[in-house]
Design a protein. Structure first.
Length: 362
């Protein structure tokens, strides 16, 4: 599955529009009208896409705002990281490979800093003070599921300046270059994972990332930005995942959205959308196990039948103490909840086997 791509920022036509690279058309585009872009400010921008012949462009007010708020003038390369369906975290680099300002630790929250370099054989210089004042002589580098121990030293490239850079070298570095078949000049993005660990992502010349990584959703800032008018009916636009490190966003299969509001908590039930019930045979379940981070609560699945038309199922409701559940999960009202069916388990209740639907709720 493709997750990441790099491309040059079009300095002439931005913030009006940006033509996306071919890699986007081939591996990421699903015919959607807009994409969710997340900036370093941890806000979401719902940016319109325009298909213009063979080209796909980002354009419109939201894209303009995104650039204005998140991309400083000296950024020349943009890096899109897919963290959920049609959702990308976007960062950028200067010509020297330094991640754009605004990405300092205190601004990024749980995001970590990155740099972009081209591979040089016989040791690798990382730009600026990417690793800040770390004098550790060995770093662990993770790439494509492999781990390498690489020597590290601080180097003073310019004798006139006190600024020091970082150099990776030694047998470990040579083995990494050989094992991963990295070509001279190949694009590489290092992410500082902290604790003397680096992650390495390799890119083809067309900007496509070569390997898969574990990508978790950004914890979006609350309150969110106003939703663009064209996305106002889109429940995804109202949802904010508040489960740190949640890993079930890579697709929207088996997902429904319902708002937790006063009606749900007052009447102790939540109605599952009808088409979802039909597709997922919700009436065949006796219970639902709702999981949010370390919280696990069992709700009853109640089938409401239409008395005037026997055999017809009108609604399926999840009944239980929604107020308590919301409080335990830290949901603030009104909260657009996302339910993803992740498993079905059998359970014996009073000698009878019932099916339990296990949902991730965030
Ligand atoms: Zn989530």
């Amino acid at each position: 599955m493709d997750q990441q791509f790099l491309f040059p920022l079009d300095g002439d036509n931005n913030p009006t529009y940006q033509i996306l690279p071919r890699v986007f058309n081939e591996f990421f585009y699903n015919g959607e009208r807009y994409v969710f872009l997340i900036g370093n400010n941890r806000q979401r921008y719902i940016c319109l896409l325009m298909v213009d012949g063979n080209e796909i462009k980002l354009y419109g007010d939201e894209w303009g705002r995104f650039i204005e708020d998140n991309v400083p003038p000296h950024v020349t390369t943009l890096h899109f990281v897919k963290e959920a369906e049609t959702t990308f975290y976007v960062t950028g680099y200067t010509d020297f490979g330094v991640e754009g300002p605004g990405y300092e630790r205190r601004d990024v929250g749980n995001r970590l800093s990155r740099c972009l370099v081209r591979c040089t054989h016989g040791g690798q210089i990382l730009p600026g003070d990417f690793l800040q004042n770390i004098w550790k002589s060995v770093f662990k580098i993770y790439a494509n599921g492999l781990r390498f121990r690489v020597n590290h030293e601080r180097v003073q490239l310019n004798m006139e300046s006190v600024v020091r850079s970082n150099r990776l070298f030694g047998n470990g570095w040579e083995r990494l270059v050989t094992d991963l078949e990295i070509a001279d000049g190949q694009l590489m993005v290092f992410t500082n994972l902290g604790d003397n660990k680096l992650n390495l992502a390799l890119f083809f010349n067309n900007g496509r990332c070569m390997h898969e990584e574990v990508v978790l959703p950004t914890m979006l800032r609350i309150p969110p930005r106003a939703i663009a008018p064209y996305a106002i009916q889109d429940k995804r636009a109202k949802h904010i995942c508040c489960w740190k490190g949640h890993n079930s966003h890579n697709n929207e299969n088996d997902v429904f959205y319902v708002e937790l509001d006063g009606t749900v908590t007052e009447f102790y039930h939540l109605t599952v959308p009808t088409d979802y019930c039909e597709d997922h045979l919700m009436h065949t379940y006796g219970k639902a196990l709702l999981v949010h981070n370390h919280q696990m609560v069992t709700f009853n699945v109640k089938v409401i039948r239409d008395r005037s038309r026997p055999g017809r199922i009108n609604h399926v409701k999840l009944t239980g103490n929604w107020r308590k559940f919301g409080e335990r999960c830290g949901f603030n009202h009104p909260k657009m909840m996302r339910f993803k069916l992740i498993n079905t388990i059998g359970q014996i209740v009073e000698g009878e086997e019932i099916q339990v639907a296990v949902f991730h709720v965030c």
